[in-house]
Every structure is written in C-alpha cells, then in structure tokens.
Design a protein around this ligand. Structure first.
Ligand code: AMP
Length: 199
C-alpha cells in the first residue's frame, strides 16, 4: 500500500514497501514549461548529490530510481531527531550531535553542501545517523557555503532544542573535525552577524 507520509511545498513523499518516493509536484503559478524545467533540474540535482554522498560512504538513503519528476530512495526507519532529540538522555543527545558533526564534515570535505541542515532532516536508525533531504543541496568549495550549513543547524538547535542548544552545538563541533573546520567555525561568526542584520 502506498502511504502519503509528508506533503511539503515542493514534493509529496510516499512510503511503500520500504521505499520512499519523492514526487515533485507541479506549481500552477509557474509557467508549465519553466515549472517542468525546475522540477526536473531539482530532481536530477538531488539524485546526483545523494549518489556522490553515497560514493564517499556518507550515511544517506540509497537512490533506487530517478525519473524526471520523481526519485525513489531507501526508507530510513528510525527517529527523526526534531521529534526525539529532546527526550534522549543527555549523553545520547551529545553523541548524536557529534555524529551529525562527523557526517557534515564528511560531506564538506567532499564539497557537498546540504543546504537545509536541521534536526528535521536527520534520522537516527540503529545508532547510525543519517542525513536526508538534499533538495536544497549543491556543490561548493567555498568556506562561506559550508559555514551556512553550520549556521542552519545551530539555529535549528536554538529554535527547537532550547534546553541546551549551546552544549548540543559544542558536541556537533567535536564531530566536525577536518582540515578546514577551524576556518569554517571562525567564519560562522561573520555569517551570524549578517543573519542578525537581516532582522
Ligand atoms: P523531504 O521533503 O525529503 O524533507 O521529506 C519529508 C519527510 O519525509 C522527512 O522529514 C522525513 O520524515 C520523510 N522522509 C524523506 N525521505 C526519507 C527517507 N529516505 N527515509 C525515511 N523518511 C524519509
């Protein structure tokens, strides 16, 4: 049986026999040709990024099939951290944050930017931390783009995990260790300042 598990602005997510289908839905306010182009581009781009992430052994869902508007992915059965992180014992919270840091470091070393790094897009499955939803992801070598990913996770922690966001982020940075990590964490201060100016 095909079950609709999520309906976002961009896509419908179905689950059937342990397979996720992400179906990019038409936007009627866009010109149909332009809409087709945008939907096919995003689908292709997400599939390419996931394939690249899999090739470097990052924990992301396997790509099973790609067609112009649809992508089929391995279903990751586990805890969506936006819903469960706050209820874990502190030690587990810190371990999980470190794992998010490690996975992000692996992506960034390979110039993959997630683009929507929040606890909603992280699933803990059998103690293995997976990153999902690369729909806003892209390839970049820029420190700036990498520090924006850090900014996004930090903001998500402040918004949803307000018991101890500071410690949670510190544990993220413990896992986020690679040759450029210091520069990227330093750069975060500039990104944060600019973020505040916008409000
Ligand atoms: P997305 O639009 O890719 O962020 O997907 C929306 C929601 O569907 C996510 O927040 C998850 O709850 C669920 N989801 C998407 N892909 C997967 C997957 N591969 N395995 C398990 N759940 C998923």
């Amino acid at each position: 049986m095909k079950q609709l598990i999520s309906q976002g602005a961009e896509a419908k997510i179905f689950l059937s026999n342990e397979v996720i289908t992400k179906d990019r839905i038409p936007k009627t306010y866009r010109h149909p040709q332009l809409d087709n182009l945008i939907r096919t581009r995003r689908t292709k781009s997400e599939s390419k990024l996931l394939t690249k992430a899999l090739s470097i052994k990052a924990n992301v869902p396997k790509v099973l099939n790609t067609s112009p508007f649809k992508i089929q992915l391995e279903y990751i059965n586990g805890d969506r951290l936006s819903e469960t992180l706050n209820s874990y014992p502190e030690k587990k919270q810190f371990q999980v944050m470190q794992q998010i840091g490690e996975q992000t470091a692996l992506l960034h070393q390979n110039n993959i930017i997630h683009g929507d790094l929040t606890t909603s897009n992280t699933i803990l499955s059998k103690n293995k931390l997976f990153l999902i939803d690369f729909g806003l992801g892209f390839i970049s070598t820029k420190l700036e783009d990498k520090s924006v990913d850090l900014h996004l996770i930090k903001q998500a922690l402040e918004a949803k995990h307000f018991q101890n966001p500071k410690e949670l982020f510190e544990n993220f940075t413990k896992g986020y260790q690679w040759s450029d990590s210091e520069k990227i964490i330093e750069r975060l201060k500039i990104v944060e300042k600019r973020g505040r100016y916008k409000h």
